[in-house]
Design a protein around this ligand. Sequence first.
Ligand code: PHE
Length: 355
Amino acid sequence: MSDTAALASIEEEGRRSIAAAATSAELRDVEAAVLGRASPIAAQRRSLGQAAPDTRREAGQRIGAVVTALTEALAERRDAIARTERTERLAAERLDLTEVHDARRRGHLHIVTRTQAELEDTFVGMGFAVAEGPEVESDWYNFEALNMPRDHPARGMWDTFYLEPPADGEAGEPGEAGEPLVLRTHTSPVQVRLLERTPPPVYAVMPGRCYRRDTPDARHLSTFHQIEGLAVDHGITFGDLAGTIETFTAAFFGPNIHARLRPAYFPFTEPSAEFEITCPICEGNGCRTCSGTGWIELGGCGMVDPAVLAAVGVDSEEWTGFAFGFGIDRCAQVRHSIADLRVLMENDARFLAQV
Ligand code: PHE
C-alpha cells in the first residue's frame, strides 16, 4: 500500500503534528509518533518486503524521501522551540538593576547632631577647643560651684530631675555619700570641671544633652541640647564677649543676622545678659516666629562671677573670663524653620527624611 497518495498523506499528517508541538517535551512525543517503531512510515517500510521485486527499489526511495523530509521538519521545529524557550527563560530571569538605587535609600545624621557638629566647627574656627562632661551630675557641679548654695532661690530657674544617690558613692565624685545627683539642667557645670583640670588661659566650647522637668511645647523640650562657651585669660572684658557673640552669629547664621545683648541675671555671671539674634526667618521685619519683634532669644551669657573662679581655685585678681550658653535644638529650629521643636524627638521617619 506504499502508493504515492498514502505516502503524501503520511508526510502531511506528520508535518501537521510537528508544527503543532509547542514545547520540546511535546516535540519528543511527536517525534516518536511520526518516526518511531509504531509510526505509519515504519509500517510502510516493513511492508516493503511484500512488494514486487521490480517496484521495491523505487518504493523504498519514496519512503526514504518522506523520512528525510519529516526528519528535517523535526530539526527545524526543534530549533524554533529552543529559541522561544531561551527568550522566555531570559525574560523570566531578568534582574532590573536600575531599581536597586531607589529601593535602598541612605540614611543620614539627625538634624540636631549635624547642627552640633556645625556649631563646634564654627567655634573651632574661632580658636575654641571642644570639651565634654557627664549628663548625670552632682549637686555641687550643677549648682553649688556655680554660686548657688543649697536653698539659693535662683535654683528655681531650673526645674530639676533629682536622682537617688547611690549608697556606695566615692568621696569627691558625683554621688559622694549623701550628695544629691541630678540630670544636669544646663552645660554650665562643664565650665567648672574644665577649670578644675585645666589652668587658664582656657578657650573652650562644651556641647551636650541637658534635662529639665518642663512640659514640652513648640519651643521647649524636657530633653534638649546646649552648647556652653568659656574664655578665661588675662584682661578678658565684656567687649570680648560681645564681639565673640557677634562674630559667631554672623559666621553661623549669615552676614545679615546680628546679635544684641540685654541685661539679665544668672548666679554664675556678673554682669549677665541674654543674647538675641535677628530673626533669620523675617530678617528682622517681624513675623510669627519672633512674635513680631524681629529678634529671637538664643541664650544667656556674662562675665564669669569671681565666686565661680574661687570655687575652682582660680585667682580672680589675675584672671577674668566670659561664659555663654545656648540651645542647639533652638539653633536647628531657627535655621530650618521648624515650627514645633517636639518633632526633633518623635523619630517620625517622614520628618527625618526631610531635614
Ligand atoms: N546656663 C544658663 C542656662 O542654661 C545659660 C548661661 C550660660 C548663662 C553661661 C550665662 C553664662 O540658662
